[in-house]
Every structure is written in structure tokens, then in C-alpha cells.
Design a protein around this ligand. Sequence first.
Ligand code: NAP
Length: 465
Amino acid sequence: MKHPSVPLPRIGMRVIKTAVAVMVSYALFLPFGLTYREELGGVLGQMGPLYACIACIICTQSSLGQTFYQGISRLIGVLVGGALGTATLLLGPALEHFWLKTIVLGMVCVAGVWLCLLIKRPTACGMACILPCVILITGVTGVTRYYYAVARIIETIVGLLVALAVNAALPDHRPESERGGMDMTVEVKNSTRKLCVIGDPVGHSKSPLIQNTMIKALGLDYVYLCQPVPRGQCKAWLDCAKFADYAGFNATMPHKEELVPLMDELDEDARLIGAVNTVCIRDGKAYGYNTDGEGFLRSLADEGIDPAGKRVMVLGAGGASKAVCLKLAQAGAEVVVCNRTLDKAQTICNHDPDHLRPTGFTPEELAREAEQCDLLVNCTSLGMEGASGQFADFSFLDSLAKSAPVVDLIYAPAETELLRQARKRGHRTANGLGLLVNQAVLSLEYFTGTAIDAADMKKRIADVL
Ligand code: NAP
């Protein structure tokens, strides 16, 4: 007879990091003794490893970011609880009365929790309660009580720092899909409006992380989710989103074109590019926008690049390239679109033949075009993390004028081989983070009607990606 197999719990990085942090904390405090050694005198005499180890267990998470977030909250809890506990010691001998101590303990816990909630740090509540209890429920008396309290606070803070250091030193081996939990925590209320990204597949999308980071930073009452929608099902999804009272959604591959005829109104860029990446639902009507092209122009402006009157060489003729080329042409640039499949470059150029010209992707063609251009933009997937392709050679960069900036739409890795080669040759370079942030900021502005500081968001998003 076959026995059902019982899955064993996985020993992951969080468990290993916690064990290492506990060992380090224990070793750090061992010289002070396991039990309190009054002969050392003062605070040192009260030191021991227990609370540092407890702090490590509570605070160590899978990533440095999460531990930092937990650590800050717990540190606030330690400070609130430590201050309340130490202040309560001022009641002196009165605390030896059983009922008074019981009532004081209850009141201190209520005060600790209330203060933490007041400053919107619910995860600090535990420490804010535990520490006064640790300080008050002890046999030590007289001035030693204060040493005891200070020792507990120091141990807990050292434990937090050890947890952070261990996280910084040890790698985060979790799969990409499990990372980035820290900034996905958004307060959800009954009034919270829903947003999401749709795609097929969409599980890898960074949009929920980016949008929830911005929503949290701006204190907006929205939550941003990830919604798989199979190819060809946009109409069904749109009805569903309207019924479920979504404020809007973003669309990624393969839905951007399919959404166009489903919109009640289209903005100028969505019409120009023939693709919708942002849908706002207002009074049951769907308004379609495209923020990719404008996001790209804004990212150029952030780098101090004005495409007007420039000769721009765009590599690639996929969806991203179309938005980039049409907006560059609209901004007054002369664009040559270099693509492996010439027909696709030709199709883009047919939209604005006065400003757009197609060509192939051979090393000779790339070198010839590079010679005459003032700005190079890579819109191919060559060099992207997880994608197999790479440029066959970078000799075309030798033909490029030193003054020509090189921009890559790819943001992972932060520096592609193309950007590295260009930087080595003395060119100014920029990756795709600017576009990623600017198009997301524009979308959130459409969804919420709130003006957003894109520079501030770029720093925050770079931290969480
Ligand atoms: P896409 O529609 O699949 O287009 C891919 C392009 O890359 C096509 O022009 C394709 O040429 C070319 N290509 C792929 N492999 C090649 C190879 N081995 N040799 C030569 N050319 C090759 O993709 P997309 O949506 O336009 O995205 C393109 C890149 O931009 C991706 O890396 C994406 O991550 C990035 N992107 C970044 C942002 C951002 O926010 N920063 C936004 C959108 C896109 P063919 O036409 O000949 O197949």
C-alpha cells in the first residue's frame, strides 16, 4: 500500500539567516555572561545575549529591504516601549504593590499600542508592549532597575543591527517572483479603489511593486493588483472591471492593441501609437491612454536630451520601438529604424515617412547609420536579463560621434553590455528605468488625478527593484 508522502518544511534563506544572526548575537554578548553579573557593575552587569537573540528571531526576513522595514518598525517599538517602561520605573516602591503593578502593566501596553498606531506603525506594537513588561516584571530593585532597562534596550537594538548586517552579508536566493514583498504592503480599507495590470503572462510584471510603492509613498487610497487575462479576452475583462468598480488598469503584452476598439474614448497618443497601456474607468466608460511614448520623451528630458532636429538611430521595431519612433518623429527628430525583420521597420515608418526611414540590422548597416546619428536608442530585447540574445558585435559604436548619448530601454540588468561598451567608448548612457518610472507615473496620474513628482518616485522605485 502506498503511503501519502508528507512534505517536509523547506529550510530556506530566512531560516539560515535567523540561525546565523542568533549565533552572532549570542557570541557578541557571551563575554558579559549568560546570567547577570553584578560584579561588572552598572549597565554592563545587566547585559546578556537573550534579548539580542530574540530581536534577531523577530526581525530577520528573507531580504535586506524587508529586514530594514521590520527593523525600523521594531526599533520604533523598542524606543516607545523602552521610554514607557523606564518612565514607569519612576513610580518606585509603589510598583511593588501587586494590583498597582498589574494595572500599570495593562495601561503601559495600551499606551504603547496606541502610540505605535498613532504613528502608523502597527508592527511596532509588539516591542512597545514586550519591553515595558520585560523592564517591569523583574526582581531587580533600586537603581539597578534602570541599568536593567537600559541593558534590555541596548541588547534589542544590537540584535536588530545584527539581523540587518547578516541580511546584507548573505544573499537573497528566493526566486524573482517571491521578491519585493516589502513595498507591496498597502493599507486596504472598504473605500480603497482597485487598480491592476493585465497580461498573458503577467506574473513577472513589476507594475504592482512599482505602483504600490508609489501609492504608499503618496498615501493614496488605492491598491494595485496583478490580473492574468488570456489573449482574446479583453472584452470580458473590461466588463468585469466595470462591474467590479475598478478605477482602471494597465495592459501589457498581448493586450495593448486588442483594447483599442473597446475604448469609449482614446487619447491622442493611444490613437497615434495604435495601442492602449492605460485604461481609466469613469462612470462606466473606458478611457484609453498610451503612456509609453510620452514616458520615453520625459525620460529623455530628465537626461537633458531634446530630440527636436536630431538624427536618431532606433534599434528594433517591436511594440516599444513603435511608441518611441512615433513620439520621436512627432517631437521633430529624424529617425532611422534598424531591424532584423525589415518589413516590421517599414510598417512603423509608413506612419510618418517624412520623419521615419527603415533599414536592416547587419553590422555594415548599423555602422553606416551610426556614423550619421546624434542619439542611439536600443528598443530590441538584446542584452535583457533572462533573454538569450546579444549583439553580434559592438563595432558600430566606433562609428558613433562621441557626443551622441546611448539609451537602452532595458532596465534589468541596470547596465546592459551595449551601455557598458558605449560608456567605455566615452558616451553618455541611460537605461530604461527612466521610461519605466515615467510611464508608470503618468498612468497613476491618469488613474488618480494626482500630480506626482517623478524624480522622487524614480529614487524610491530604484530602491525596491
Ligand atoms: P518586442 O515587440 O518583442 O520586440 C523585440 C525587438 O527586438 C524586435 O524588433 C526584434 O526584431 C528584436 N530582436 C529580438 N531578438 C533579436 C536578435 N537576436 N537580433 C536582432 N534583433 C532582435 O519587444 P518590445 O515590447 O518592443 O520590447 C523591446 C525591449 O524594450 C525589451 O527588452 C523590453 O524589456 C524593453 N522595454 C522596456 C520598457 C521600460 O519601461 N523600460 C518598456 C517596454 C519595453 P524582429 O522584429 O526581427 O524580431
